[in-house]
Design a protein around this ligand. Sequence first.
Ligand SMILES: [Zn+2]
Ligand SMILES: [Zn+2]
Length: 113
Amino acid sequence: MRCFRHDAVEAVGTCKACGRGLCRECARQSLRSLSCGGDCAPVVEIDESMLEFQVWGAKFIGVCMLGLGGCFGAWGVVSWLRGATDGLLLSVGLVLMSLGLLSVTHRRSHSRR
Ligand SMILES: [Zn+2]
Ligand SMILES: [Zn+2]
């Protein structure tokens, strides 16, 4: 593929928004992807910040679930120590914690790639 602006130059990548070929001179590097500049630069940047937001949102939910699970678990342990044999709180806490842990570790390994 050739650069969309320079017919003689081989493209090093494509614009993430419009898919045109970009040479080293025309490619504009965003956080993770290339854009051809002009109208596409803000599009690609918004796209990337949305992605970032989604990753952070998932992490935030994971951390919330971990905290909530910890609270439920602690509550369950306390009520168990007081003589109540209700294991429901403990199991809810454990499930929430493992779900939170799963989503946090999953996203981390995903972003490392
Ligand atoms: Zn473009
Ligand atoms: Zn070019």
